[in-house]
Design a protein around this ligand. Structure first.
Ligand code: FES
Length: 141
């Protein structure tokens, strides 16, 4: 299979490989797997609590070249975005940017899922996005 130049570039020079302390309050961790092939991707974000801007992102992927490239690209794209902006990233954007062929689309889905899982974890830790869960009971007079 012919990989695009961009996939090869990310594969040879993956950006933001690594890991952050997942117990940190500011860090959200997403760990997802692709049922199609068994590949696994972990993506982490560190969010500024004041601005909700993602200041750092790291990934580790046990998978094919397209999955590695998709997650490398995903870490580049989420950095500097707010959490809600990062939620807008679609696997189809990744497919387009990396010129992935149809058989490799699930690799980009893995990256989108990993971003969402990392954001979901961060939200859960920080109680963001849950509505009406802290209503104080009104004492009867
Ligand atoms: Fe499964 Fe790429 S072949 S993630």
């Amino acid at each position: 299979m012919a990989y695009s130049d961009k996939v090869i570039d990310h594969y040879n020079n993956p950006r933001n490989v690594g890991q952050m302390d997942k117990s940190s309050q500011e860090v959200g961790t997403g760990l997802v797997g692709a049922p199609e092939c068994g590949d696994v991707m972990r993506l982490q974000i560190r969010v500024n609590p004041e601005t909700q801007v993602i200041e750092e992102a790291k990934f580790k992927t046990f998978g094919c070249g397209s999955a590695i490239a998709s997650s490398s690209l995903a870490t580049e794209w989420v950095k500097g975005k707010t959490v809600s902006e990062a939620m807008e990233i679609k696997n189809t954007d990744i497919v387009k940017e990396l010129s992935l062929p149809p058989v490799k689309i699930h690799c980009s889905v893995l990256a989108e899922d990993a971003i969402r899982a990392a954001i979901g974890d961060w939200k859960k830790k920080n109680g963001v996005g849950e509505t009406a869960n802290t209503v104080e009971p009104v004492a009867a007079q």
